[in-house]
Design a protein around this ligand. Structure first.
Ligand SMILES: Cc1cc2nc3c(=O)[nH]c(=O)nc-3n(C[C@H](O)[C@H](O)[C@H](O)COP(=O)(O)OP(=O)(O)OC[C@H]3O[C@@H](n4cnc5c(N)ncnc54)[C@H](O)[C@@H]3O)c2cc1C
Length: 363
């Protein structure tokens, strides 16, 4: 379990600050924004309610090329060339055209933070009026504000989204000690009527979980069941809501990136590389503002349009997310075997990687 390092008691001195860019949220999206601003000379401040890397937010699976492109291989744990899919009637192995890896959350966040240049404070963000962000430790003012706070979209103008009546999936996993060789998923109604179960080995632990596209389905019992079926002890729970619909990436002068903009991919719930990808895009626009080469209005328009240009891909994946649970279990096996043809796997997985391609990092 993570140890609590967040400032407490007397350490929580009042905050009353001004900066050029305020990034709220210090996970994948927020740290990627900060990384792009490292050479800008801007006074960048990052706030999060926890210390950097303190609270793991996912199973930490990502295409290996993303770790390589971002110089984050120091956090790498295990690499997989195959995806193993179990259904009640068959097991298929897809040879992937690229590899997938697991990584250590704390190590990755620390490495990513080292690539940025910013002041960091732990504080809980409560809201915003204009250019002022209100936290439980006081106020921070900045002309450029980024919400990378995850699915709650705390700095949005409208009513906060309330699960379960929202475009949210839910995910829960356990982290038992143990080893494994395969990246496995289960499409099986015993575990979840609409969604999937997974087992992602990461050196000496295995991340076993269940994700439900229907936020009303409680995944705790079946997460335990899947762990027990795999002869693993259900230790170290970690779960969250997962947005499955892309939203506006700018609103009322604020930049939203990662889960706060619904940048997590529907169907697979892969949201780390997209958080990095859109975080980089956001950071690049902000760097242009800091350098005086574009106005804030232009950055908002350009970043909003960039995010929106991906909407059709997200909507397409959402359609498939809605379709898969409707396929009768007996028809799943032949469908998966048909898709398992090498050329079809290569084609679909390469298109899937293209949604947020690692080449974007070096552009
Ligand atoms: C169980 C589970 C497993 C998953 N596995 C994978 C996976 O293997 N691969 C993958 O690609 N995706 C996975 N995802 C999805 C992925 O975790 C998210 O899409 C990703 O974390 C989004 O990154 P982010 O930086 O936008 O938000 P987050 O990682 O959620 O970070 C938000 C940050 O904001 C902080 N914060 C939130 N509210 C406040 C506040 N009010 N004040 C201050 N700070 C605040 C949080 O502490 C956190 O540091 C998984 C999700 C779940 C729930």
């Amino acid at each position: 379990m993570p140890t609590r390092a967040t400032k407490r008691g007397e350490q929580r001195t009042p905050l009353d600050r001004d900066c050029d860019v305020l990034i709220c949220g210090a996970s994948f999206a927020g740290l990627a924004v900060a990384r792009e601003l490292s050479a800008s000379g801007a006074r960048v401040m990052v706030v999060d309610r926890y210390e950097i890397g303190e609270r793991q937010t996912s199973a930490c699976g990502i295409p290996t090329q993303w770790l390589e492109a971002m110089d984050l291989m120091g956090a790498h744990q295990q690499r997989f060339g195959e995806l193993v899919i179990h259904t009640p009637h068959t097991t298929v192995r897809y040879q992937l055209p690229w590899t997938f890896s697991t990584f250590d959350y704390r190590a990755l966040c620390e490495l990513l933070a080292q690539q940025g240049s910013f002041e960091f404070e732990t504080a809980k963000v409560d809201g915003r009026s204009g250019d002022t962000v209100h936290t439980d430790r006081g106020e921070i003012r900045a002309p450029l504000i980024v919400d990378a706070l995850g699915w709650r979209r705390v700095l949005g103008g409208g009513d906060p989204i309330q699960p379960p009546d929202a475009y949210l999936s839910r995910g829960l996993e356990v982290h038992p000690h143990g080893r494994g060789d395969d990246l496995e998923i289960w499409i099986d109604r015993r575990y979840v009527p609409a969604g999937y179960g997974w087992s992602f080995p990461a050196d000496d632990e295995v991340r076993v979980g269940v994700g439900s596209f229907d936020p009303r389905f409680h995944v705790k019992d079946t997460t335990v069941q899947l762990a027990r079926d795999l002869n693993r002890e259900p230790d170290g729970y970690q779960g969250n809501w997962i947005p499955h619909r892309i939203r506006e990436a700018t609103e009322d002068g604020v930049f939203f990136t990662g889960d706060s903009a619904g940048h997590c991919l529907p169907l697979t719930a892969e949201g780390i590389r997209t958080a990095l990808y859109f975080g980089i895009a956001c950071g690049r626009e902000l760097a242009e503002v800091v350098a005086g080469r574009q106005s804030k209005a232009s950055a908002l328009a350009r970043y909003g349009a960039f995010s929106a240009s991906h909407r059709w891909k997200f909507e397409w994946m959402l359609r498939v997310q809605r379709l898969v649970p409707r396929v009768p279990p007996r028809a799943l096996a032949p469908s998966l075997r048909a898709i398992g043809n090498r050329r079809v796997v290569n084609w679909s997985f390469n298109h899937y990687l293209d949604v947020a391609h690692p080449a974007f990092v070096k552009r």
